[in-house]
Design a protein around this ligand. Sequence first.
Ligand code: ARG
Length: 589
Amino acid sequence: MNTITAVLTDIVSKAFADCGYESSLGTVTVSDRPDMCQFQCNGAFGGAKLYHKAPIIIAQEVADRLSQIDVFVKAEAVKPAFINLTLSDSFLTSVCAEIAADEHCGIPQTEKPCTVVIDYGGPNVAKPLHIGHLRSAIIGEALKRLARSCGMKVIGDVHLGDWGMPMGLVIAEMMERHPDWRCFAEDFDPDKDFIAQLDVNELNEIYPLASKKSKEDTDEGRAFKEKAHEITAQLQNHNPGYYALWKELVNASVSDVKKSYAKLNVDFDCWYGESDADRYIDELLGILESKGLMHESNGAMIVDVAEESDKAPMPPVIIKKTDGSILYDTTDLATLIQREHDFHPDYVWYVVDKRQALHFEQCFRCAKKAGIVSPETSLEHIGFGTMNGSDGKPYKTRSGGVMQLSMLLDTAFNSAYERISKDGFESDEQVRDCAQKLAIASVKFGDLINNYAKDYCFDLDKFLSAEGKTGAYLLYTVTRICSVLRKMNLENGEIKLGRIYTDSERELMLTIAQTGEAFKKALAERAPNYICENAYQLAVAFSKFYHDNHILSEEDSEKQQAWISLCLLVKKLLLKHFDILGIDAVERM
Ligand code: ARG
């Protein structure tokens, strides 16, 4: 179904046309002055210029026309020339009833079928997930669910970092620790030889160590780095021993990473990695070559992507290094060829730290120049800001180290567990389940409520507070609704909206009627914060409604029925918001 402003725009446009004016003047928006009216149209100002008439006259004519239909309880022209609109209760009720009956809960569906590939998560094999990966996972997952609920075909791809120098470093270190492993022997045979199962904890410990070692300014450090380089190159050439070990590394790492993602309600349609782009490298080189885009510079192969209008320096894309090895840009370009082959997407969204903006700008320009994607394909870097600690610097552990995701989630769980009252639960297991959901909801909502591009401060106490714009407050609101419905024995009752009895009820219904706007805006701006904001507005309007109207003790059964129906509808909508944000509701807290 259409958003409320789209429906009203149609109605007001028709009124403009009926009065002899251009119908495109009838755009309706949510009111800037909610104290005066619910919606407004400023088209009379434009009409004045077009028709050389006093704007207030046009506004008055159109408002008179609108007053005749029962959509509005009030349609008035206000100086200088605003048309202020307030819906009639019957119209407002019919809109809410339509939302209640709509299979998409009033979320406007995209007009044309279209496909989007969302590249998010981006974990690196053999490196534990750290909090930088948290934002990509949370935001990307919300965008995936949002786009899907708006009717787009969506493919979420984790784009595993599994093919670069880190792999060589890890394998080099393993070689030093376990020189006797068969995979390091000259005569390794992948069909006969056996690769030991790898221990994830050892893996997580190896990379930081190997990385540090390779940076040491000693003969040993340099030799180690050299070795890792060589291994990387050989791995990329499918050396059987390294390749077999690498596969095990990927398996062990992926199953570990999947556990953290599962806790966050994050999952992917594709588990492709940088390594999967490998088979498209030749095609990429062929394209760049045949179009004459690639040239040599100091032994490396590069593509120029600077444009005259550039205000900041735009370095060329390095496709191949002097030693023939490929780089991050190369894999991203080859991956685009793969995506074009597999999905032919209309959009590719990269949910990656905004500090990688230059990399993506270079890749996008190169991809367009080379015709890897059509000019219409929209390549977008959804660059997010940093999660900071209270000191305004990137969030760290107490000892100042990189905060690992699992550690952060454990901390959130422990705080949530402490906070929830244990009454009403039958077992500790239930309490733990609730604490887990509360922790995840708080962390995710605390992140998503901020526009993705902004840095924000990770403040667990604030996120877990049952007041304010928090996941905890939203979970709490739903438990409150559930409790009313439980007491009435109407948890799965039918939504039958009647007439409107009180102001707070009307306010709540107006908020409900506007949810479609939030979804539309969130999709258009790729910004889940509008979903969070709308969920919060719904919860606030519900709280006021709940406070003002005594649902359980109401004696007029029609009134009670109308109010229960609103409870059911708000619950349904909030659960839809939760679903998109990847948050689980709880029965009690
Ligand atoms: N693995 C990368 C990192 O940790 C993120 C990958 C982002 N996606 C991409 N297509 N480059 O920084």
